[in-house]
Structures are given as structure tokens and as C-alpha cells.
Design a binder for this molecule. Structure first.
Ligand code: V47
Ligand code: SF4
Length: 387
């Protein structure tokens, strides 16, 4: 089978008239890393069909037909935030906090308890940076969740939240992460990375943790034995070179630590924020980006599409453009994208629907846990047509 696929790519390269693209394609076939210049060239010149075929080749060589999903739920402790990211539709400043929400520890525990009899494997905790919530509060929350449900994997806090929490508590990144880890935190989500290129970062989110700070928190987490994810907010005012610069910094850190599980491109949505005049990217550009990230990030095991933000049909399409993982919030537990204008206004899909979506794309649906251990292989399960 793999030989047929190699022949297919060789035929594609023979028909490719652009010599530079031909060379890049040959590198992919030979499993040779492409350079930053070549990455930018793909964005500038390569067709969707070309990058899609290469990305699919890499995806199938790594994962075959498998597409992973997990059963998780989100807790968003607050949307009150001290920062003022121009793209954010979700947060409210402290002075306007009556327009937002702040959950107490008991309210968050009530959310956890709602899933007591549900086979969820992960809770994803992410929110705004509230000036009154501190490290001690979150350590206590970790302990309470773990005491109530020890088997639930806690993936929590972006580097933005952590940076603020640690500075306020006057602890180093290592000390802070160690304390949270001892209390029950197991991995970090990929949020807050936005775009690392400093000139763009200064325009869209000038007041939160900088690029090197973000990378340092993830580096430290990896050194403490925790895995993490990485995101990139794209499709706003960044250039092709900025996208590659972002991925290059991630690729270098992954070479150093091997601690990233997954890369998650996040499409900029333009409703209800200070960047509403910036047009959103097209589906073709989205798919090209997914494919090029699969090609560029040769040391990342997984590329994930977050369907509540992309919309379920576009997320389904990405499965042929390098993506091998779909994030499955099983319930309507995230507001970040509904407030930013995603077509998914109630982002919930039950497992049958998610499995069906994967099967319709010709892939095998595999439920995983956070560490990508297989929980259940659905490929042989009969699935109702009309879910
Ligand atoms: O950092 C905020 C993004 C992120 C908008 O690690 C926006 O498994 C688009 O990181 N348009 C938070 N994006 C969410 C996140 C995440 C989601 C799913 C899974 C994982 C994981 C991580 O949401 C923020 C920011 O980049 N965001 N506003 C917007 N208007
Ligand atoms: Fe705050 Fe995060 Fe929104 Fe920025 S993206 S304003 S850090 S909630």
C-alpha cells in the first residue's frame, strides 16, 4: 500500500513544472526536513492539491486511516481578563465584570460532578486572566477535582494564565508548574501562542506573555515530564513568513524536548472583537495551512482540527489535508468560538455523530485518551446513518 502511495507522489512530482516545488516534494518523499524558505515558498506558490497530497502522504505514513478524538469537557472559570487582545470576543475587563462570569470553586466542582457517570477522560480548563484568582486558588481546585475523580486527566491553563499566576505569586515558572503538577495538573493546552513574530504580536496582543515566555513555560513543563499542545492563531494580519517563523520556533523546541503532542491551527474569527474589519480566511486557505503545517512540523506526532471553531464540515475536510485528530467537546461547554462568530453556535456532538463524521470522510474513528492511548476503536462498529 505504502508503495502505491509513493508511486502516486512520484507521479505528482513528475507533472510538477516548478522545480523548487518538485524538490520540496522529493524531500517529503525522502523524509527530509524542509527549510523555512521552502515553507514560505509552499505558502506562496503551491496549489491546494499539491500540498494536500504531500500532507496526506505524511499523515497516512504516520497514522494510516486512523483519526483520533477524545471525550472531554471544558471548564471556563471566568471570562474576566486583565489583558486586551484585539482578536478576543470573549473577555471582559474587570471594570465591566458584571457583563461576564466568574465561577466559584463549588460551581466548577458542580460541572465536574455533572460528568460523574459519563465516560469522559479529560477536563480542559481555560479562561480569562482574572486579577483576583491566584495560584493557591487553582492548586486547591486541582486537588478537589483529583480527589473527586482521580481518573480524569486535567489539561489546564494556557501559558498566558500561568505566566500571570506565577508572577503574582512570586514563584519561578518551574516552582509554579511543580506545585500545580503535585496538585493534579497533568498537561498544558496550546492556547495563548497566537503568533510569535513580535511585530504582529505587539499589534494583536501586546500586553500578555511574549513569545519567548510562552515557549519557556512549555519547555519547563516538558522538562518536568508534562506534555503540552501548541496552537497558532492564523488568518488575520500575519504574513506567510510569520506563519513559518511560528512553526520554526515550535519545531526547534520540539527537537529539544519532544514534549508536544499536537499542533492546533486556530482560524481567526472576526465577530464581536476589535479586529472585525479583518476578513476571515477562505476554506482553501485554511486547508492549505493545515497541509503545510503537517509538512513543516515533521517532529509533531499529531495535527488537530478544533471543530467548534472551524465548523464540522470544514473540520471533516481537513482529514484529507494532514489532520489526524479532532477535538471533541462532547457538550456545549466552550464559549470562546461561539462569541467570535463560529458557525457552531452550540458546539456539542455526541460520540455517534463524531464517529459518523470521521467515517464519512473514509477514516477510522479511534477514541483516545489525552496521552493518545486507544480507548476504543470504532472502525468495526455499525453506526446508525441518521445520527
Ligand atoms: O489562545 C481567541 C484563540 C485560544 C479568537 O490545547 C481565537 O487542546 C480565533 O487554545 N478567533 C484558546 N481564535 C483555545 C485553545 C485551544 C482550543 C482547543 C484545544 C486546545 C488544546 C486549545 O483561542 C486562544 C486564542 O488563540 N482565540 N479569540 C478568535 N476571535
Ligand atoms: Fe484574555 Fe485570552 Fe482573551 Fe487575550 S485571548 S483577552 S488573554 S481571554
Amino acid at each position: 500500500m505504502q508503495e502505491d502511495k509513493i508511486k502516486g507522489i512520484e507521479a505528482l512530482l513528475q507533472h510538477q513544472k516548478d522545480e523548487k516545488l518538485q524538490k520540496i516534494g522529493q524531500k517529503v518523499l525522502d523524509k527530509i526536513r524542509i527549510t523555512p524558505e521552502e515553507g514560505v515558498y509552499l505558502f506562496e506558490k503551491a496549489s491546494l492539491g499539491f500540498v494536500g497530497a504531500l500532507a496526506n502522504f505524511i499523515r497516512e505514513a504516520r497514522h494510516g486511516n486512523k483519526t483520533y478524538f477524545n471525550r472531554n469537557f471544558h471548564i471556563e472559570p471566568t471570562n474576566v481578563c486583565v489583558f486586551t487582545c484585539a482578536f478576543c470576543s470573549y473577555s471582559r475587563l474587570y471594570k465591566n465584570r458584571e457583563e461576564g462570569w466568574e465561577l466559584s470553586e463549588d460551581e466548577m466542582m458542580d460541572i465536574v460532578k455533572k460528568y460523574d457517570n459519563e465516560p469522559v477522560t479529560e477536563v480542559h480548563i481555560v479562561g480569562g486572566v482574572h486579577p483576583k484568582l491566584n495560584l493557591a486558588f487553582f492548586i486547591d481546585l486541582m486537588k478537589k477535582i483529583k480527589a473527586h475523580r482521580p481518573d480524569l486527566h486535567i489539561k489546564g491553563y494556557t501559558a498566558v494564565e500561568l505566566d500571570y499566576m506565577f508572577r503574582k505569586a512570586k514563584v519561578s515558572v518551574e516552582e509554579g508548574l511543580q506545585l500545580l503538577k503535585e496538585a493534579g495538573l497533568q498537561s498544558l493546552p496550546g492556547g495563548g501562542a497566537e503568533i510569535f513574530a513580535e511585530d504582529v504580536r505587539n499589534k494583536i496582543c501586546h500586553d500578555k506573555v511574549g513569545s519567548e515566555g510562552w515557549l519557556n513555560i512549555h519547555r519547563t513543563a516538558h522538562k518536568l515530564g508534562m506534555h503540552s499542545n501548541a496552537t497558532m492563531l492564523y488568518g488575520h494580519i500575519e504574513s506567510f513568513a510569520d506563519r513559518i517563523d511560528h512553526m520554526e520556533r515550535l519545531r526547534q523546541l520540539q527537537d529539544e524536548t519532544n514534549g508536544f503532542f499536537t499542533f492546533i491551527p486556530l482560524k481567526f474569527r472576526n465577530k464581536n472583537n476589535d479586529m472585525s474589519d479583518v476578513k476571515e480566511s477562505t476554506t482553501v486557505e485554511d486547508l492549505r495551512l493545515y497541509a503545510i503545517s503537517r509538512i513543516y512540523l515533521d517532529n509533531f506526532p499529531n495535527v488537530k482540527a478544533y471543530w467548534p471553531m472551524l465548523g464540522r464540515e470544514n473540520a471533516q475536510l481537513t482529514l484529507n489535508f494532514g489532520v489526524n485528530d479532532l477535538d471533541g467537546t462532547i457538550d456545549d461547554t466552550t464559549k470562546i468560538y461561539t462569541m467570535a462568530g463560529s458557525e457552531e453556535q452550540t458546539p456539542s456532538m455526541n460520540t455517534e455523530q463524531l464517529v459518523m463524521l470521521i467515517h464519512q470522510a473514509g477514516r477510522e474513528a479511534i477514541e483516545r485518551d489525552t496521552n493518545y492511548n486507544v480507548v476504543k476503536n470504532y472502525s468495526e462498529e455499525p453506526i446508525a446513518e441518521n445520527v
